[in-house]
Ligand binder design. Structure first.
Ligand code: G3I
Length: 323
């Protein structure tokens, strides 16, 4: 039948994928859908490769959570997007509250990246090397990395990742960069900054945490992707797509709007050769991050909390099938 990854590949894309997380993997009905490669050809660990899990104290590396999901992908024959190396959030306090000089923090970043990327060498289709380095107004986010190293930390991280796994595609990943605007323009600047420093950057990950009825237009989505390619990356991807209701319960007309919004993003990706795939940030409303972060919001995914397909699933499937 018309399943998402199968259709995406037939349409010339590399994958249609989903994030997942360790706590959900005991849910058999959930896993049965997740591991169906006609539906999902790619998975991303939602948490397990983040710094707080992989290097909770300095020099102590732990891969239990990340490996569980990397192994699942390998067993199922799914691509793995690896997520994420340098991010201000889910960063252990020994990093965020440490007293660093430029030299000592450089060494901390290099050690983290060489160990984590080295551990997963050969297993990651792509790495989100730097995540969410920008504020919504396009200025650099004042995290520990920026505060100590300035904008040089971007290239530093990309160089370390390239050295540890030369075959992995290296991405900058952020939200609210799906359409054109100040933040999108700053992503263009970051691509130049990294390349001018002699480092490799292959892709831009557009997270795609959108709101029903407020998604950028298809032309804005396409212009943003084209701007990244023009700045020198060879690929772009929607890496964490979900389109949430800002108030619940959802109505039939709301679900129809959500379907339209998902169709718009899918059409934009299909229209841009550089857009290699779409990853949804888990596939079911049962396991979405949104209600914990935005109480009262949610229902953002393609399957409802009972693992039934929603109108948005049908819309994505139809758009892919028509390509
Ligand atoms: O593992 C602990 C568990 O031991 C504890 O009992 C429980 C109680 O709070 O918390 C568990 O940790 C939670 C973790 O997810 C694993 O479930 C954290 O509290 C919770 O904050 C964390 O949320 C994650 C969030 O990133 C943190 O910023 C979400 O699952 C994850 O989906 C979300 O993903 C991010 C991307 O990495 C980057 N882009 C935005 C996206 C959505 O926020």
């Amino acid at each position: 039948s018309a399943q998402l990854n199968k259709l995406a590949k037939a349409a010339g894309k590399l994958y249609f994928g989903s994030a997942t997380d360790n706590g959900e993997l005991t849910d058999t009905a959930y896993v049965n859908i997740l591991k169906n490669t006609d539906e999902f050809g790619q998975i991303t660990p939602g948490n397990g490769q983040k710094w707080q899990y992989t290097e909770p104290s300095q020099g102590q590396f732990s891969y239990t959570s990340g490996d569980q999901i990397a192994d699942l992908a390998a067993t199922n024959g799914q691509l793995l997007r690896c997520h994420t190396l340098v991010w201000y959030s889910q960063l252990p306090s020994w990093v965020s509250s440490g007293t660093w000089t430029a030299d000592t923090l450089t060494s901390v970043i290099n050690t983290h990246i060489s160990n984590v990327v080295g551990h997963y060498k050969g297993k990651c289709y792509a790495w989100d090397v730097v995540n969410e380095g920008l504020n919504d107004d396009g200025t650099y986010r004042a995290n520990v990395f920026y505060n100590v190293l300035g904008d040089s930390y971007f290239a530093l991280a990309f160089k370390a990742a390239a050295a540890a796994d030369p075959a992995a595609k290296l991405y900058y990943n952020d939200y609210n960069i799906e359409g054109t605007g100040a933040k999108q323009a700053s992503v263009v600047k970051i691509i130049g900054l990294v390349k001018n420093a002699g480092a490799k950057i292959n892709g831009i990950g557009m997270q795609g945490h959108l709101i029903v009825g407020s998604a950028p237009s298809q032309s804005s989505l396409q212009s943003a992707m084209e701007s990244y390619v023009a700045a020198g990356v060879t690929e772009v991807a929607y890496t964490e797509l979900d389109i949430r209701f800002s108030s619940l319960p959802s109505t039939a007309s709301g679900l129809a709007q959500q379907a339209t919004d998902y169709a718009t993003v899918t059409k934009a990706c299909l229209a841009e050769k550089a857009c290699i795939g779409i990853t949804i940030w888990d596939y079911t409303d049962k396991y979405s991050w949104i209600p914990n972060t935005f109480p009262g919001q949610g229902d953002a995914l393609l399957y409802d909390a009972n693992l039934s397909k929603k109108p948005a699933w049908t819309a994505v499937s139809s758009v892919l099938a028509a390509a």
